[in-house]
Write a protein that binds this ligand. Structure first.
Ligand code: CMX
Length: 435
């Protein structure tokens, strides 16, 4: 057993009695009430999911295992000369709740490298897609095609004990995660640089650096990749992608089914696809102003035009957050250091000075502040990834780290099939009248 798996096993054994006690001693204790608005309004704020991997505070933003993003970026081990930590270290942290030592991450990098070979048929699946297909559709299908590799399914058919579900799920999750950067880079090269052909990974490199290498990008794109995958990894359990992954896995579908479904949820413009929408919307503004930074009044007019035509401002607002997203801030700080004179960054910064006030005046959005997607495309564009349809694939690679960690723990703690109750409009009307 690897060091990580051994530690994880120990943590699982320690944690199980807490769940058992909560259920046995407090199973019928009421912890929240549910309003009509929540039932009709997408279940906002209903406390009905449990995860220890991350927690999202509306005013502070995300914490991974209790650590803020700034702390995660500071504390996790880094490669020599790197500004951003190893992605593998984050997987270790999410699974165990502990910051790994340098040698523990190095072991994990070797383990990932041993698991990353992608079967030939996956490349065939990707190659069979028309070049106009959206990269998220291709990614979802590629992950789905790997389903036949599932250890969990083999063990399940052999009559595995429930207590061991986490073990083969860990194997599946780690095998899939190790392959995600290869699949992402292959899709990128096939769609946008077919002249390059397939770029094989470099066995001496870690997750982020290997991705940069396969994408044909020089430094500091390795750090961009690490930063990008780390900040997108998890956002507690209720967001569409994380929740979808958890829901599908709750029926004991294996991690390939669950991750493919998670990718499909992420591909919507109100969720992960917003990062591509931000760039599309910005390009409209840049074209209109011929690349010359507009005045504050011109910016305001552009924002109002979007709102008055019944569209949302992409990259702004959030279902839970009520402040500027720290994932936005991390990327902004990176931009200030590495690309302060980038023209698109200047547009993004200028918009930051006008959009929140306009959204407040507009009076609809509960959160007028920018989210992660308002900044992420700018960084990618600066380093030559200008094909913005691809941006959500990067989000999906990052998000799979959190979703897969959650699924392993779901199995370890024996969380059951998810099955909330629905009611009809008639029933709801009767309920409110009888109160
Ligand atoms: N621009 C214009 N209107 C907005 C808005 C925005 N950025 N954000 C919210 N609103 C509107 C909503 O559309 C809703 O309008 P209706 O009452 O007409 O339906 C109203 O304000 C209330 O919405 P809310 O409670 O503040 O927000 P929700 O929880 O319903 O939705 C989100 C959250 C993210 C979907 C929404 O803010 C939005 O559409 N933002 C733009 C898209 C975006 O950036 N998504 C990425 C989010 C981060 C991620 O998951 O990647």
């Amino acid at each position: 057993m690897s060091t990580l798996k051994e530690k994880l096993h120990k943590k699982i054994i320690e944690h199980r009695p807490r769940t058992t006690k909560l259920l046995k001693d407090y199973g019928d204790k009421v912890i929240a009430k549910v309003t009509v608005e929540q039932v009709i309004g997408g279940m906002r704020g209903i406390k009905s999911l449990i995860t220890d991997i991350s927690y999202l505070d509306p005013y502070e933003g995300i914490r991974y295992r209790g650590y803020t993003l700034q702390e995660v970026l500071k504390k996790l081990p880094k490669a020599k000369g790197a500004e951003m930590p190893y992605v593998e270290g984050l997987y270790y942290l999410l699974l165990t709740g502990e910051i790994p030592a340098q040698n523990e991450v190095e072991d994990l990098i070797i383990d990932f490298n041993n698991r990353r070979i992608v079967p030939r048929y996956v490349w065939d699946v990707i190659d069979s897609f028309p070049s106009e297909s959206h990269p998220m559709a291709i990614l979802s299908a590629a992950v789905m095609s790997l389903e036949r590799e599932s250890h969990f399914n083999i063990k399940y058919k052999q009559g595995m004990n429930k207590k061991d579900y986490w073990n083969s799920t860990y194997e599946d999750a780690t095998n899939l995660l190790a392959k995600m950067p290869l699949i992402g880079a292959y899709i990128y090269n096939k769609l946008y640089h077919p002249e390059r052909g397939h770029r094989y990974p470099d066995p001496s490199l870690d997750f982020g650096a290997n991705f940069a290498y396969m994408m044909g990008k020089d430094k500091p794109y390795d750090d961009v990749s690490r930063m990008y995958f780390i900040i997108h990894a998890d956002h507690e359990s209720g967001n569409v992608s994380a929740h979808t992954g958890h829901l599908v896995a709750s029926s004991l579908s294996d991690v390939y089914y669950a991750t493919s479904a998670m990718i499909n949820g992420l591909a919507g413009p109100l969720h992960g696809l917003a990062n591509q929408e931000v760039l599309r919307w910005l390009q409209g503004l840049i074209d209109l102003t011929h690349g010359k930074l507009p005045s504050k009044d011109e910016l305001k007019a552009y924002v109002w035009k979007t709102l008055n035509s019944g569209q949302v401002i992409p990259g702004y607002g959030h279902a839970v957050l009520r402040k500027t997203d720290p994932r936005y801030t991390v990327q902004r700080e990176f931009c200030l250091k590495h690309l302060p004179n980038d023209n698109i960054f200047k547009y993004v910064d200028a918009l930051y000075n006008v959009v929140p006030d306009i959204l407040k005046e507009h009076g609809k959005a509960k959160n007028p502040w920018p989210n992660v997607d308002a900044q992420s495309g700018v960084v990618q564009w600066h380093y030559g990834v200008t094909q913005y349809d691809f941006y959500t694939v990067l989000f999906a690679i990052g998000r799979s780290i959190g979703v897969l960690s959650n699924i392993i723990w779901d199995r370890a703690l024996g969380y059951p099939l998810e099955r909330p109750k629905s009611i009809t409009t008639n029933m709801l009307e009767e309920m409110v009248q009888s109160k």
